[in-house]
Design a protein around this ligand. Structure first.
Ligand code: G6P
Length: 372
């Protein structure tokens, strides 16, 4: 078994370390040298895709957070209204969809029962269905009009890591492809986004190589009872995913919040010594989100929180209010989740291992939920 783990202490650690490859393999062969997407594998009439006027992303668990990240990018690039919904909520609420609706399902296994049922329902209503999936020939892709495979390789650990980054990558490719088909105002920038995506694997490697102090922090926090995660914009689903990882494998109460909601409730939870991770947007972003999140760090710090910050390299502004900062390499805002998620995965895996838990097989959870 240790050989299968490639020398790592767990499959999860191996899979975290596989992420540069998972993203690179998912990008491979899907664009040409001129920066044009070549997704012929989609086998869905491009004319039909041009008519899409609404996108609904359906998934469960970690895959749903990949979908939430994708929503920000797809709406920005394609200007098509995009919703993300948990598959089990979607199928029981009489949703509105027709032949101009594109339903994008995301599933590592391709076997999650609720996601499968939601896709079936969407097809019955006449929607077009594309599945983003990591498992060749599994049920959800077989029952969809088209599939875009993630090439993360088999994921063994129950808690998803490399499949998540590959799902985000594939969803970005799909968003860029739709923008290309539409030839909209953004389509001139597709080439630049692809170039930035191609730089992501090396940047993930930089993160993996610099995680020593983060691992030390995680081990020192093995007795924490509760950890909060704040994020905004694409950092919000990253915060949710960071919290989910900690719940899943370390059995610590953890919650992710949209940083803007802080004063609408979560700030009441803050007292002396409460650890709070804050996922900070790039200071180079066009809007004022960076300043707003920095002031959130100040607000929780002033109430006694331990502020654990994930920020972009060169962001000096966070230093004054952070007990700890983990810097990720620079990348455009919409691509940041491919980097900022990684330290949160490492944190959860290291902390769970320090508690002596089986990080690959957490209690009560299954890799793939094939029942309702
Ligand atoms: C289970 C797994 C999660 C996964 C979710 C969705 O809960 O433990 O890691 O995110 O199912 O699985 P899927 O295979 O559809 O991506």
């Amino acid at each position: 078994a240790s050989a299968e783990k490639g020398g790592f202490s767990s499959f999860m650690e191996k899979e975290i370390n596989d992420q540069p490859d998972a993203v690179a393999q998912t990008l491979l062969g899907r664009s040409d040298l001129d920066g044009k997407l070549t997704l012929d594998e989609l086998r869905i009439d491009p004319e039909l895709l041009k008519q899409v006027n609404k996108i609904i992303v359906l998934a469960c668990g970690t895959a749903a957070y990949a979908g939430t990240v994708a929503k920000y990018a797809i709406e920005n690039w394609c200007r098509i209204p995009t919703e993300v919904e948990l598959a089990h909520e979607f199928r029981y609420r009489d949703p509105i969809l027709d032949e101009n609706t594109l339903v994008v399902s995301i599933s590592q296994s391709g076997e999650t029962m609720d996601t499968l049922m939601a896709v079936r329902y969407a097809r019955e209503q006449g929607a077009k269905t594309i599945s983003i999936c990591n498992t060749n020939g599994s049920t959800i892709p077989r029952e969809s009009d088209a599939v875009l495979y993630t090439h993360a390789g088999p994921e063994i650990a129950v808690a998803s890591t490399k499949a998540f980054l590959a799902q985000i990558t594939a969803a970005y490719l799909l968003g860029l492809y739709l923008a290309q088909l539409r030839g909209n105002i953004f389509s001139g920038q597709i080439k630049d986004v692809l170039a930035d995506l191609n730089k992501i694997p090396a940047k993930i490697q930089t993160i993996l190589d610099s995680a020593g102090p983060l691992r030390e922090l995680a081990r020192s926090m093995a007795n924490e009872k509760s950890v909060l995660f704040l994020g905004r914009h694409v950092g919000y689903p990253v915060a949710l995913e960071g919290a989910l990882k900690l719940k899943e494998i370390a059995y610590i109460h953890a919650e992710g919040f949209a940083a803007g909601e802080l004063k609408h409730g979560p700030i009441a939870l803050i007292d002396d010594g409460q650890p709070v991770f804050v996922v900070v947007p790039s200071p180079r972003g066009r809007d004022s989100l960076h300043a707003k999140v920095v002031s959130n760090i100040q607000e929780v710090r002033a109430r006694g929180a331990r502020t654990l910050v994930i920020a972009e390299e060169g962001d000096e502004a966070v230093k004054a209010y952070a007990e700890y900062v983990f810097y990720v390499p620079e990348t455009p805002t919409l691509l940041m989740p491919l980097l900022t998620t990684v330290p949160l995965q490492i944190f959860a895996a290291e902390l769970a291992a320090a508690k002596g838990y089986d990080v690959d097989q957490p209690r009560n959870l299954a890799k793939s939920v094939t029942v309702e």
